[in-house]
Design a protein around this ligand. Structure first.
Ligand code: CLF
Ligand code: SF4
Length: 505
């Protein structure tokens, strides 16, 4: 069967004719992203939510509206000049909108990016410390755009007071940031919480926050609302403790756990940044995610988005929807909804076809001896589950691990600048080296990188760094390509070289 994949502009598939391919597992997976065991009602909620389904994030987009400026706690990794660091990359400032402006923006984005399925409110402060603004926005969207899922992210302090309204508005997905269940650890993360008109410091404040988070979690689960728990991994503070957090929240029925790395830079002016608290290494983060995974579903594809993010995860199309541009748009949302429904049906047909194709495939021969070590392989993509982005245009790389057991997703690696700043504009002189240094650093644990195309200069630098570049898998499905590349590496004697290097020292 021939299948169509998303185009350059993420144009969704409307027919089932185009490039062929199947998927070895997860990404385009035959098992609905490992979710085939879930009840239909839950699968219905997550199948097109790009954060709750790893598979869906290759096809569907989300947007945030920054309507919630205030916060009711202080986290040591946050500086209020910036967005809430519980969901956002620290150091980012979003444009604050009124609920009316936000609603207009949502309709504009939904009309222009039909793959956008979810509206999240995630800052720039805490959405539930600004309940009027947050719920006014949700009310408007529920009324005008009932085909959009509503999503909310909170520190949890005010959560129990708002569960009824969350349920009444059909907000089916709520994220609570839970960094600890022990007030003594909490006191090292939260200097104070603002509770009952008083600022309460230290472990007393942390205890209140923890109790409110746990109560809110239980209330949401009782009502059948899906809960994702975010945790910021702070080495030496809560890293070991997060395994217990994971067990507890899973025991209470949380759907997903998202362990995010602390990002603490001095220039952000946060307490941790100034004090020199380090974030975890890539390996420490993935080891903790693996340790927690024994107890629950882990999210590994989080991009720590902005409070005004727009587009596929990892993509930022916010500049296309500034207030002046939105004002100039003439939006017919009735027509847009019809178009959206058709496009979503096309995406689902495409995903179904991939599953059928995968199910019909014969099990491939073992590509590596059982003793072969795993290899990390990075890929570049613009969406659709295929390798369709040039190395030089990528601002993020998705890292997979291939082993004799199969292929699994490790996580995204973001870089600030693409190697080429335009379709044909690559950096010159020192800039060229600097941009590549950052990319090589992001891929330091990878043995290969697969892109639609790789230029001569980066090709040589990658090879010098021991990373095999390849354009051979252009337009192939991601996991199949990663598996193929793993076979190529093994055939080329990579494993033997790797083992020799390890033995040498
Ligand atoms: Fe936004 Fe968060 Fe909803 Fe997603 S983001 S409110 S659950 S729609 Fe997603 Fe962004 Fe990670 Fe958040 S990638 S920061 S987990
Ligand atoms: Fe900052 Fe968010 Fe913590 Fe509030 S909850 S202090 S906005 S990181």
């Amino acid at each position: 069967m021939e299948l169509k994949v998303l185009g350059q502009d993420n144009t969704p598939p409307l027919t089932d004719s185009a490039p062929s391919g199947g998927c070895s597992s997860g990404t385009c997976g035959s098992s609905e992203d490992g979710m085939s065991h879930l009840p239909d009602s839950v699968r219905e909620k997550v199948h097109n939510h790009p954060c709750y389904s790893e598979e869906a994030h290759h096809f569907y987009a989300r947007m945030h509206v920054a309507v919630a400026p205030a916060c009711n706690i202080q986290c040591h990794y946050c500086n209020r000049k910036y967005d809430c660091a519980n969901e956002s990359r620290p150091g980012v400032v979003s444009e604050l909108l009124s609920p009316d402006q936000a609603a207009k923006k949502v309709l504009a984005v939904a009309s222009e990016i039909p793959q956008m399925t979810v509206l999240g409110v995630a800052g720039p402060g805490d959405p539930l410390a600004n309940p009027e603004r947050t719920f006014a926005t949700f009310h408007e969207i529920a009324d005008k755009a009932p085909d959009i899922k509503l999503c909310l992210s909170t520190n949890g302090l005010a959560l129990p007071d708002h569960v009824d309204e969350i349920e009444a508005l059909n907000v089916d997905h709520v994220t609570i940031t839970i960094n600890c269940v022990d007030p003594e650890i909490g006191a090292q993360i939260y200097p104070w919480v603002f509770w009952n008109n008083r600022r309460i410091k230290g472990s007393k404040g942390a205890k209140i926050l923890i109790e409110r988070q746990q109560k809110g979690l239980e209330m949401l689960i009782e009502r059948g609302i899906l809960v994702k728990v975010n945790s910021v991994m702070i080495p030496g503070v809560n890293d070991e403790h997060l395994k217990e957090v994971s067990k507890i929240v899973k025991g209470k029925g949380a759907f997903l756990h998202n362990v995010m790395p602390l990002i603490a830079e001095k220039e952000h002016g946060t307490f941790y940044g100034v004090m020199g608290q380090r974030g975890p290494s890539k390996q420490e983060l993935s080891d903790l995610q693996d340790a927690c995974a024994g107890d629950m579903n882990m999210m590994r594809h989080c991009r720590q988005c902005r409070a005004d993010a727009v587009g596929l995860l990892g993509e930022d199309r916010g500049q296309e929807f500034t207030l002046d541009k939105i004002e100039a748009m003439d939006i017919d949302y009735e027509a847009a909804m019809e178009k959206r429904a058709n496009i979503h049906a096309g995406i689902e047909a495409h995903r179904d076809a991939l599953r059928v194709e995968q199910a019909e495939k014969e099990t491939p021969a073992l590509i590596a001896p059982a003793s072969a070590p795993p290899a990390r392989i990075a890929i570049t993509t613009k969406g659709g589950g295929v390798i369709n982005e040039h190395f030089g245009h990528a601002t993020e790389f998705l890292v997979y691990e291939a082993s004799p057991e199969g292929v699994r997703f490790i996580g995204p690696r973001k870089v600030d600048n693409a190697y080429c700043v335009g379709p044909d504009v690559c950096p010159t002189g020192d800039d060229k080296g600097t941009v590549l240094d950052v990319i090589l650093d992001a891929l330091e644990d990878c043995s290969a990188v697969l892109s639609a195309k790789v230029g001569i200069e980066p090709w040589s630098r990658l090879e010098e760094a021991g990373i095999t570049p390849s354009g051979e898998y252009a337009m192939d499905l991601i996991e199949e390509a990663v598996q193929g590349m793993y076979g190529d590496l093994i055939e080329a004697g990579w494993a033997a070289k790797d083992l020799e290097a390890q033995a040498a020292g």
